[in-house]
Ligand binder design. Structure first.
Ligand code: NAG
Ligand code: NAG
Ligand code: NAG
Ligand code: NAG
Ligand code: NAG
Ligand code: NAG
Ligand code: NAG
Length: 767
């Protein structure tokens, strides 16, 4: 009864806030978006998270309570006379965050996104602590691209684990972009034929870019049967998130339409979207309908009503009219009316609508003058638009825009493009950058987030940002990294902590402006003009590796800590081989220039040996297998007949990315299987060609090579159907130790350009 009262008060408060005072910043805005899930339901959901993490004994150890009497998004931990730990929180997320805090900082155990199960010792004495913590900040997670690069094949089981993780990190806002079943209905109602819709919707691995209007049809068809399964899955996901108090932004209409709309409404005011990354017809250049055209309102209403009907609503909607696409008219007036029209279309379905916008379109885009940005951003009432400052750790836009001209924004670490591997991060920049954004005079920051295009790598960075986001003050990174090592392996060891300090000051201390896109020598198409570089001293990685290797005996066997340890061993071995390949390459290039045939051949054989070692170590790690990606894709297919196209989608996205290698290797993966049958053959072909040229005293013909490698390795890979292991093979520690012995001396006797100037010609911002 009491709880109902409190809920009623909370709802009343919301009404007052949204009617009387307008939407303020920070807590008021976050409160406006919080789902109305009953406290009982949130309590039950939080209890279930804890039970999934520590097992059935959880209810003997922990009691949870969701109480609106507490401060907004806060938790309180205390011990009851029974000896149980009570975790009370404002909502389910706060409780889960409190539980994670107790787990990590009191019991010294941590989860990560690969490992969400913790086994506590049976004789565990829970320490008696009293902890209170509040964070008025929104914690945001997800990028529209994550859904294609990482979540494409997930079923609910994987989602369940990820949502548990999100709640434990305190994440309170996310997105749910699945919309194809809705479009199927809307387009059908508008009079498009099945074939016309089929030509528009992209395949299961490419939906993110079709939703943004970048491409159409590539990788299709997307059968209605699959669309319905995706819709059911998303309903399930939404339910699980809202039960915990996480609010979810839903897709709104941005203006992108199938070309066949011209047949239905020939007089509409359309522009043809410009070609994106050289995608050819029929995969490029859909239509963009002018937001002032009545067709825009018509479609927006048809679409958004259905979205809200099927998915419910937390009053927040996202859409990005100009993501990597130039607006048709470069004038402030046009931008103002466009933004206003889009927001009005949301408001006509939900008067309390808030628009969530990716700030990506402003990044490094000379097209967007300050006047245009200001017109666009201020066309919506202050507090009704939230901007995700998408890559704040490297290219923040909030300063340039006077804090988005007063519109609330979320400071986001993007960090990863395309779900590529490679250790890197900017720990100090993140720690201080959030502080700077909060302290800026008149800052309109309302949250901190992570917006990786792909997940599954560099966990430490995501853990760091999310804890930093919750915390009001900067973290002491020295002790944070020490503690990270302790809780990661469940043992307090000097060597392990030192290993992580070495990583922190090397791979995790990136401060450059180069665009890190995972394109290292091993994963790039071979050529004689690559310029690999590192920003750190490779000896630090070698030393960290050695320390990890020597800790094998002290890693506790209980609690499966050894699995995490093995994961990290694979990753650091991979990292060192990746750097070694860069260095081998630099020497190969010099041998070619000097026409040193014997040296070239020797180095070439070393490089091929390195690929063999890379394949071997990756094959021993359960999170580095091409087989898993392909098997998951096949499993996601609604029936047997669709499996080949799902496999094609999975293979093409991580290699050619398009019919002819349009964004070749953008989403490259250092995975077992891919090294064996894609990266290594490519380099073997190259080494052969160059050696031949050297022997016959000709210059290497790079045009001929590109053609050959594309036709013999890169494009055919998408169409193959070889099956790869889904289980790891071999003993990681022995393999790693072996590789260590083989490669540890190599770098010492080669001179490699440390911190060398780069001229990498990677495309800007392919999301
Ligand atoms: C826990 O500690 C608090 C503060 O020291 C104390 O008041 C309380 O009695 C303790 N509870 C238990 C069950 O030991
Ligand atoms: C069509 O839209 C463009 C902007 O894309 C605008 O400049 C033009 O005036 C519109 N035409 C009509 C007939 O409304
Ligand atoms: C902050 O906002 C106030 C009130 O609008 C204004 O007077 C002041 O100049 C602003 N400060 C800065 C540094 O922009
Ligand atoms: C790299 O680290 C090693 C070992 O700590 C050290 O001997 C070497 O001088 C360092 N090199 C550079 C360029 O800093
Ligand atoms: C290779 O070609 C260069 C000039 O292109 C010539 O000077 C040299 O003698 C040639 N060497 C051989 C072994 O043919
Ligand atoms: C290089 O190869 C291309 C494609 O096969 C060919 O057209 C061109 O003539 C070759 N160039 C030289 C210098 O042999
Ligand atoms: C792959 O298969 C598709 C048909 O499924 C075909 O159109 C395409 O040309 C093939 N590509 C290659 C490189 O074999």
């Amino acid at each position: 009864m009491q709880k109902l009262w409190i809920l009623a008060l909370a709802i009343l408060a919301k009404v007052f806030l949204s009617l009387g005072l307008g939407l303020g910043m920070g807590p008021e805005l976050a409160l406006h978006l919080a789902p109305d899930t009953l406290p009982d339901v949130q309590e039950e959901a939080a209890r279930a998270v804890i039970q999934r993490v520590i097992g059935p004994r959880s209810s003997q150890l922990f009691l949870v309570e969701v109480s609106r009497i507490l401060d907004f998004r806060s938790f309180q931990i205390s011990m009851l006379d029974s000896g149980q730990i009570l975790i009370a929180g404002w909502d389910g997320v706060s409780v889960c965050k409190g539980f994670h805090h107790y787990l990590k900082y009191v019991l010294e155990r941590d989860v990560d996104w690969f490992k969400m199960r913790i086994e506590l010792p049976t004789n565990l004495q829970l320490p008696n602590v009293t902890i209170r913590s509040t964070s008025t900040t929104i914690l945001y997670h997800q990028n529209v691209c994550t859904w294609s690069y990482s979540f494409a094949w997930w079923g609910f089981e994987q989602w369940r684990r990820h949502i548990d993780w999100m709640a434990m990190m305190g994440i309170s806002l996310t997105i749910a972009p699945v919309q194809e079943a809705v479009w199927q209905d809307v387009y059908t109602q508008l009079g498009l034929s099945g074939a016309e819709i089929e030509a528009h919707l992209a395949g299961p691995a490419f939906q993110a870019w079709q939703r943004m209007g970048n491409i159409r049809g590539w990788g299709g068809p997307l059968k209605p049967e699959y669309q319905r399964l995706q819709e059911l899955l998303q309903q399930h996901i939404l339910r699980a998130q809202r039960d915990l108090g996480i609010s979810v932004a839903l897709p709104a209409f941005a203006g992108h339409l199938p070309t066949a709309m011209r047949r239905i409404y020939p007089n509409g005011n359309y522009t043809e979207v410009e070609r994106w990354n050289s995608f050819p017809d029929p995969y490029c250049c859909g239509l963009f309908v002018d937001p002032l055209d009545p067709i825009f309102d018509l479609v927006a209403a048809l679409f958004l009503r259905r979205v809200v009907q099927r998915y419910g609503s937390n009053h927040i909607f996202f859409c990005d009219p100009f993501n990597e696409l130039q607006p048709p008219v470069a004038e402030p007036d046009y931008m103002r009316s466009t933004a206003a029209a889009i927001h009005n279309s949301m408001r006509s379905v939900d008067p309390e609508a808030v628009w969530l916008l990716q700030g990506w379109m402003f990044v490094k885009n000379i097209y967007w003058t300050d006047a245009m940005m200001e017109a666009f951003l201020t066309a919506v009432p202050i507090g009704r638009l939230i901007v995700l400052d998408l890559q704040s750790e490297q290219f923040p836009q909030y300063q340039r825009t006077d804090s988005y001209y007063g519109q609330p924004f979320v400071w986001c670490m993007l960090h990863n493009f395309g779900g590529t591997l490679g250790m890197f991060g900017s720990a100090d920049l993140v720690n201080n950058g959030i502080e700077a954004a909060r302290r800026m005079p008149n800052s309109s920051i309302v949250g901190v987030g992570i917006t990786p295009e792909g997940i599954g790598q560099n966990y430490v960075m995501y853990s760091l940002v999310l804890e930093r986001g919750w915390s009001e003050l900067p973290l002491d990174l020295d002790s944070w990294f020490k503690h990270f090592a302790r809780t990661r392996y469940g043992v307090d060891d000097e060597g392990l902590q030192q290993a992580w300090q070495l990583l922190r000051r090397s791979v995790y201390s990136f401060r450059g402006l180069q665009k890190m896109r995972g394109g290292y020598t091993v994963t790039r198409r071979p050529a004689l003009n690559l310029d690999p570089f590192t920003w750190y001293n490779a000896s630090d990685v070698l030393e960290a590796w050695k320390l990890l290797l020597s800790s094998r005996a002290i890693i506790p066997l209980e609690d499966d800590k050894y699995a995490i340890y093995e994961h990290d061993l694979v990753d650091i071995t991979r990292q060192y081989l990746q750097i070694s390949a860069d260095q081998l390459y630099v020497n190969l290039k010099s041998a070619y220039r000097k026409r040193q045939v014997a040296r070239f051949e020797y180095l070439g054989s070393k490089l091929l040996q390195l690929f063999g070692d890379l394949e071997h170590i990756l094959a021993s790690g359960s999170n580095f297998l091409l087989g898993t990606w392909l098997a998951d894709a096949q499993r996601a297919a609604p029936n047997a007949a669709d499996k080949p196209n799902f496999e094609f989608n999975a293979r093409n996205q991580i290699t050619a990315w398009g019919p002819d290698g349009q964004i070749l290797d953008y989403a490259c993966k250092q995975w077992s299987g891919l090294v064996l049958d894609y990266y290594r053959p490519r380099w073997a072909l190259f080494l052969d060609d160059v050696t031949l040229a050297l022997h016959s005293n000709r210059t290497f013909n790079s045009t001929a090579f590109k053609l050959r490698v594309s036709q013999e390795v890169e494009l055919p890979f998408s169409n193959k159907s070889d099956v790869y292991p889904v289980e790891p093979m071999g003993n990681t520690w022995f393999i790693s130790q072996n590789i260590y012995e083989r490669w540890k001396e190599y770098l010492r006797d080669t001179q490699f350009l440390h911190n060398n100037r780069i001229s990498v010609n990677l495309k800007l911002g392919v999301q």
